[in-house]
Write a new protein. Structure first.
Lengths: 587, 252
């Protein structure tokens, strides 16, 4: 029997980026907030220690800071005819665990999605007609660029993002991304120093007629004191960024931006290594009354609260909704229901890899988001003569030179033995590539639900992913890949290899941790799980954070938009919901 | 408030343990943080360099086979010592004796069913179990086909042919459901390369031989002055987490 605890105003499930943002905003509004986090407490000095953080085996290969499948696994299949089996190890994507969540070990790309991305269905229909995306279940987000711009701004100034604005108050800025939505001001910090590969890409892309610019990075180009008064350090390009915690206070993370302020508040506490089992609803099913959680000794607790914020990784939020009967589960056979709908990913595979005899790249001098990008082939390009919608941001840069994972050889080289060794020694440091993140659009057979067979340590069903890349996205990625090859040719590499996107999503090889959808936002309760404020349509005191709210994924890394939506939801809660608890949008 | 020292001691003991403890019941770590950052000095969890002497998991016969294999995957030449002298077999032994070997971080609940290539490894055996079975099956095959000779006793060219046949799926050893000969080869190759390129503190990459071979500076920390020096080699050699090349490796 669970021990009943004293009531709190707010319980937050998960203390990563969105949990930290919501906790900070809601405690500022005077609420008593408790966060429940299944992973351990982590801080920079202790857990991301410079003395031993640069350890590829421990952190990048064995992935010590990540969620381990022993704690929560997910099953997968490519289509509904197959039997889903558990990913016994995570591979294709790597969810976070512990305080800071994936905000600890991300690369730091801090994008804003395009203005057109938020109204994608309307935009594409107006531009090409709805037939252009027949078979894709593309939807609008229910929120517009103009409404949410101040939330992106707030996050960038919290995070200390390093970049160059492309459009400020409608005026295009030299050196930035001319395709971005109009922003209210410049980034808080200038771009990072760009490496050799980025400079070569910038030159080649410019000659190709594109508009290259330094990618906005959560790796700080200079010392910075953020909007909460937290001091951050300058990035040293150490090359241990993604999969690692930053030992240098230079990567935007909850630890380096919010937690030092949040933890000191008397109206906030976090219970770590406590796993929430379910959200308990009142008998009418219209509001949540508490969450049940279990600590590492197996003691169960019931934590009552007036407001429940699901702030775990997007996939886990969807699972928590399904386990707690929050919202109607999606059924692809009838196309009814909402929870699990429009699961999307990020499309990769196209691109160009180059080996040079006469160029040396010190790729070990890297930062997670150190790259120069071009968005000419992103989702808002002209598709009128193309057989797809969507697009891909492309670019080149250096994130790391860690050799267990990254030691390319020319195509056809054996994978071991004397020839392999000769080629490895000769090729390391002479490779650059052009590629990027492609959009991922929803289609009916791609969805999330609870697995009928496999369970976790508490007997709860695992989440099941049914997914394959839609044909539209494969065509898009391969067309963009061809453009990357054309650009690469102008650099005269000794060997040029073209990448190819293929059907058959493989859960073993790392691709991206950009899983989106499943609890999507929108204007219609029949086709979205949460309203435009991330409030569940049915259970109005439950708000659901994360990329699970994206109706489809754009051609950029999601964190900037995830954080902006968190601020957008926090603003709605503090300025509107608290005055009059209940649905913020009539269903 | 949390007592950081005792928590860390607890965790270190847990990580060092060879026993397959379920992650969630390994000890009581749950605690509440509020009011101030829970920080105390020396509470970190630094790695403990392996002691290179002796064998923790592999039997003497298995050691001979693994040493022969890693020396073919990474043969000694003018570029670097071979896999054996680089410590790859020691690395594999220590990994198999620890949490990697016993799958304690993985999802190991049944039912176990044959999977599609997109679904990854679906066998019931842990990595250490796969080595034990795989090495025995390899030796059984080699002895039967070579008048009682072991893998280590074959000529290097013969060893290469066997490894290539395993890699290409041309050789089928008697293994277990969900664990193919090709998968065994992939596991051997993965762990050998991990050992060769990981920080030396895990037993492989002795004296940072692989890092010197490719020009990777290892655990260096600050490249701010070099990022914009285009098309120029970095002037300094590698360092490991434990420091430079001298003063810590055990000779002989």
């Amino acid at each position: 029997m669970a021990k009943l605890l004293p009531r709190k105003d707010v319980v937050i499930v998960g203390l990563g980026w969105t949990g930290s943002i919501l906790a900070h905003e809601l405690t500022d509004a005077g609420l008593d907030v408790v966060a429940i986090e299944r992973g351990p407490w982590r801080d920079t000095a202790t857990d991301f220690n410079i003395g031993y953080m640069p350890d590829e085996l421990r952190y990048a290969i064995r992935r010590e800071l990540f969620l381990q499948p022993a704690q929560e696994a997910i099953t997968m299949r490519n289509d509904m005819t197959q039997t889903a089996l558990p990913m016994r190890d995570y591979g294709s994507f790597l969810p976070g665990a512990g305080v800071g969540g994936a905000g600890v070990h991300w690369n730091g790309f801090t994008w804003r999605y395009f203005a057109s991305d938020f109204v994608l269905k309307t935009h594409l229909t107006q531009r090409y007609g709805a037939k252009k995306f027949d078979g894709l279940t593309i939807q609008d987000w229910g929120v517009t660029w103009d409404e949410i711009e101040h939330c992106f701004d707030k996050f960038e100034y919290l995070a200390g993002t390093s970049g160059k604005a492309g459009v400020i108050k409608g005026v295009v800025q030299p050196g930035g991304n001319p395709f971005e939505g109009s922003r209210s001001r410049e980034y808080p910090n200038p771009p990072l120093k760009q490496p050799y590969s980025s400079s070569l890409f910038a030159k080649a892309a410019t000659e190709f007629g594109l508009h290259p610019f330094p990618s906005p990075a959560g790796n700080l180009s200079r010392p910075y004191v953020n909007t909460l008064g937290v001091a951050m350090g300058e990035c040293t390009y150490c090359g241990y960024c993604e999969r690692f915690g930053c030992a240098n206070y230079s990567k935007s993370a909850p630890q380096t931006t919010i937690l030092p302020v949040l933890i000191k508040k008397q109206n906030f506490s976090v219970r770590t290594e406590c796993e929430v089992l379910k959200v308990n609803l009142h008998p009418d099913g219209k509001s949540a009354k508490s969450v049940t959680y279990i600590d590492t000794s197996g003691n169960e607790y019931e934590q009552p609260a007036d407001l429940v914020i699901l702030a775990g990784y997007g996939l886990m939020n969807v699972r928590m909704m399904l386990l707690s009967a929050i919202g109607k589960p999606y059924d692809p056979s009838t196309n009814q229901g909402v929870v699990g709908r429009n699961y999307c990913y990020q499309t990769g595979g196209g691109g160009a890899s180059m080996i040079f005899d006469d160029k040396r790249f010190n790729s070990f001098m890297g930062a997670g988001a150190l790259s120069t990008a071009a968005h000419d082939f992103n989702s808002d390009m002209d598709h009128s003569k193309l057989d797809f919608v969507g697009g891909c941001s492309i670019g080149s840069g250096e994130s790391n030179g860690r050799p267990i994972q990254g030691r390319p050889t020319p195509p056809g080289t054996p994978r071991w033995g004397a020839q392999w060794k000769e080629a490895t020694a000769k090729t390391y440091g002479h490779v650059m590539s052009i590629g990027g993140s492609g959009s991922s659009y929803a289609q009916r057979g791609n969805y999330l639900d609870l697995d009928p067979t496999y369970t976790d340590n508490f007997g709860r069903p695992l989440l099941r992913i049914t997914f394959d890349f839609p044909d539209n996205d494969i065509r898009m990625q391969n067309w963009v890949g061809e453009q990357c090859v054309k650009i690469a040719k102008t650099l005269n590499p000794k060997i040029l290899t073209a990448g190819k996107a293929r059907k058959g999503w493989n859960s073993v090889t790392y691709q991206t941790t950009h899983n989106t959808g499943g609890a999507i936002m929108g204007a219609d309760p029949k086709t979205s799980a949460v309203n435009r404020y991330l409030q569940n349509w049915d259970v109005s005191n439950v708000f659901v954070m994360g990329a699970c709210a994206f109706p489809q994924n754009a051609a950029m890394n999601p964190t900037g938009t995830v954080a902006a939506l968190a601020y957008w939801a926090a603003d709605a809660i503090t300025t509107r919901y608290l005055k009059n608890p209940g649905p913020l949008v009539p269903a | 408030m949390r007592d950081s020292q005792s928590v860390k001691l607890c965790r270190r003991r847990f990580l060092a343990s060879v026993a397959a403890l379920p992650v969630l019941t390994a000890g009581s770590f749950a605690h509440t943080v509020s009011g101030k950052l829970p920080w105390s000095p020396f509470a970190g969890d630094p790695p403990k360099p392996i002691n290179p002497l002796g064998w923790y998991f592999l039997s003497p016969n298995e050691v001979a086979t693994v040493e022969a294999i890693v020396d073919r995957l990474i043969p000694a030449d003018h570029l670097s010592p071979g896999g054996k002298d680089s410590g790859c077999a020691v690395f594999i032994d220590r990994q198999l004796a620890g949490s990697f070997g016993n799958s304690s971080h993985l999802y190991t609940k049944g039912p176990f069913m044959p999977g599609l290539p997109t679904q990854g490894y679906q066998g019931e055996l842990t990595p250490s179990g796969r080595y034990r079975l795989g090495l025995k099956a390899l030796e059984d095959h080699v002895r039967a086909a070579n008048a009682g000779k072991t893998f280590a006793q074959l000529a290097p060219a013969q060893q290469d042919v066997l490894l290539k046949d395993m890699e290409d799926g041309k050789l089928t050893l008697k293994l277990a459901p969900g664990f193919s000969t090709r998968q065994f080869f992939e596991l051997l190759l993965q762990n050998t390369m991990e050992g060769f390129f990981a920080d030396p503190l895990y037993g492989g990459n002795r004296d940072m031989v692989s890092w010197k071979m490719i020009g990777f500076p290892g655990a260096r920390y600050d490249y701010r002055d070099y990022v914009e020096k285009y098309n120029q080699p970095y002037p300094f050699g590698p360092v490991s987490i434990m420091g430079g090349a001298l003063g810590w490796t055990v000779k002989g």
